[in-house]
Write a protein that binds this ligand. Structure first.
Ligand SMILES: [Mg+2]
Length: 175
């Protein structure tokens, strides 16, 4: 029987971009934010200096050094033995990130082969059985089962099945 397929996002799903931006902001401005302080606000807008986030995500080295999301690798590795896994990133929004994201996957997820990596613009071309993502702009157009991975910017969203962390992802897929 054909395995079911899952499209898994990188930023704020496999890679803790919000946590990384908080760390860069603290380094630059000396001001600490908790994720809870950023909850319910569009990306970047929770910081006092709102342009900082967008400057960071366009900075060389930012995506290459993002920490792995807690618990992601163990669950991803197990899912990879049961499902057809595709890591799908709308990386074209940040052209300088393409090589960095590829190297990041080589370092942290070497079991995800190049054939399982999709760097794209619009994710509506992705027709997998499941899509795990932190953005409704991607999930709203997905024809399979949509799964919203909790991020600070999406805490107020109600119209998708929500998984709060990788432990809940593992439970959802019975692994
Ligand atoms: Mg994302």
């Amino acid at each position: 029987m054909k395995q079911q397929s899952i499209a898994i996002d990188m930023d704020n799903v496999l890679a803790d971009v919000e946590g990384h931006a908080i760390a860069w902001y603290k380094k630059e401005y000396g001001v600490s934010y908790s994720k809870e302080q950023l909850n319910g606000q569009p990306e970047g807008s929770g910081f006092e200096n709102q342009e900082a986030f967008w400057r960071y995500v366009h900075s060389p080295g930012f995506f290459r050094t993002v920490p792995v999301m807690d618990g992601a690798l163990d669950v991803l590795q197990k899912l990879n033995t049961i499902f057809d896994i595709y890591v799908v990133s709308a990386a074209m929004e940040f052209p300088q990130s393409l090589e960095e994201k590829y190297e990041w996957l080589d370092e942290h997820c070497p079991f995800i082969t190049w054939k399982q990596r999709i760097f794209c613009g619009d994710k509506s071309v992705i027709h997998t059985d499941y899509m795990l993502d932190d953005h409704t702009k991607n999930l709203d157009h997905h024809q399979g089962t949509s799964l919203l991975f909790t991020a600070c910017h999406n805490t107020l969203i109600k119209h998708h099945k929500r998984l709060n962390n990788w432990k809940e992802v593992g439970v959802y897929f019975n692994i």
